[in-house]
Design a protein around this ligand. Sequence first.
Ligand SMILES: Cc1cc2nc3c(=O)[nH]c(=O)nc-3n(C[C@H](O)[C@H](O)[C@H](O)COP(=O)(O)OP(=O)(O)OC[C@H]3O[C@@H](n4cnc5c(N)ncnc54)[C@H](O)[C@@H]3O)c2cc1C
Length: 459
Amino acid sequence: MQFDYDLFVIGGGSGGVRAARMAAGTGARVAIAEEYRFGGTCVIRGCVPKKLLVYASEFAKTFKDAEGFGWSVGSPSFHWQRLIENKDREIERLSGIYRSLLDKAGVTVFQTRAVFEDAHTVRLLNEDRTVTSKTILVAVGGWPYVPQIPGSEFAITSNEAFNLPKLPGSIAIVGAGYIGLEFAGIFHGLGVDVTVVHRGPRLLRGFDEDLEIGLAEAMMARGIKLMLNTRIVAIEQGEHRYRLVTATGEPIETDLAMYATGRVPNTPKLGLDKAGVALGQAGEVKVDEFCRSSVDSIYAIGDVTDRVNLTPVAIDEAMRFVDTVFRGKPTPVDHHGIPTAVFSQPEIGTVGLTEEEARQKCLGVDIYKTSFRPLKATLSGSTERMLMKMVVDQATDQVVGVHILGPDAAEMAQILAIPLRLGATKADFDATMALHPTAAEELVTMREKWQPPQAKAAE
Ligand SMILES: Cc1cc2nc3c(=O)[nH]c(=O)nc-3n(C[C@H](O)[C@H](O)[C@H](O)COP(=O)(O)OP(=O)(O)OC[C@H]3O[C@@H](n4cnc5c(N)ncnc54)[C@H](O)[C@@H]3O)c2cc1C
């Protein structure tokens, strides 16, 4: 059978753009459809604008810290509109680069929503016509999930938070995953009164418990209110403010309510049923290790598969897909040892197993941890401490996890992912020369195994 294209990609985000470019580079006839702006979540309303807002919000602390180093900063003022305009200009530039990379690679670009007609056919909605392709790649990403409660339509999500017409005086952020906590730090740094409301007992499900506890303490010390074990059952609109009604009855009055309660795959109304593609419980496209769906001609990568929802993972999956389908080198995706950051304030950087996971997987585990006041804090007067924790498999001496809370934690986690991937042992870390004076030198100078307080007392 003759097809219009060898590959049709639905979705021009991190994964889709990379797959389209790389596949075109092999000589394949490739087309891509994007319904909004090229660059997708990461560029338009995710990682990039988020990090720019984090930088903006960190200046408040920097101005304060500067006094201890002899600076008189006066009373700084902040202009939200200027920040958003500058951010938008940068996003526009990046989105343009994504688009021109596709053109340069010889990819046919359709600015439209595309939906399935069958296993080899997609309908281009703006043009009201269909095209056929030998292989179709689903890279449509995800969308914020807001639980349906009375008044949930009054809440914003991270999508809207990037373009608020003005900063609120107060905000209640529902959800304590990484997006909620990052926005808590952003708004707090910009002078907004922030309350984080979470139905569970702990922040950041899936992260090492010491990091979660350390972050909760640090956020509260900075002035962010944390309401754990609190469930919101309704949002009421008052004359000027909103009232979040909790299950226990205690209301939370706020200028703005934001939901950061997870994201769901963007599969509704995509016509995947017409193509016979199997979906999982959350609506994710079910794929094998080669990103192939239940239908041979259809593959899926990135957030729509709801595996590890991060930009570098979507990009890696795109490249493994191209290896498998267009380069004749079937390559499974390796989801192990992915370094992860939370750009909360203070920041988290982590790679490998948590202590809890290691205790389940290894016969014995040694823990090394240290908590200290970074050198910079001595003059700035900040009481915030930095936390570092190393998880070691007793049987092999291999370092299986490192968890850091404090300045530059994300940068450290990226570098640490390399030795951990290579199977570095604690002895390798110990044999590495320290770089002084840094915070990271603690990673090669931790010698004493951590013992729970009761074990220490019994010695
Ligand atoms: C607030 C926030 C902060 C984040 N921070 C980070 C971070 O710091 N680090 C990190 O690694 N990850 C971060 N992420 C996650 C990251 O953005 C995603 O993992 C990544 O963008 C997934 O890429 P993707 O290609 O799967 O999908 P996306 O980037 O979401 O791209 C999907 C694209 O498909 C388009 N589309 C959807 N349906 C159709 C259709 N039917 N037809 C045509 N086009 C369609 C959409 O418009 C979109 O452009 C963050 C996400 C959010 C929301």
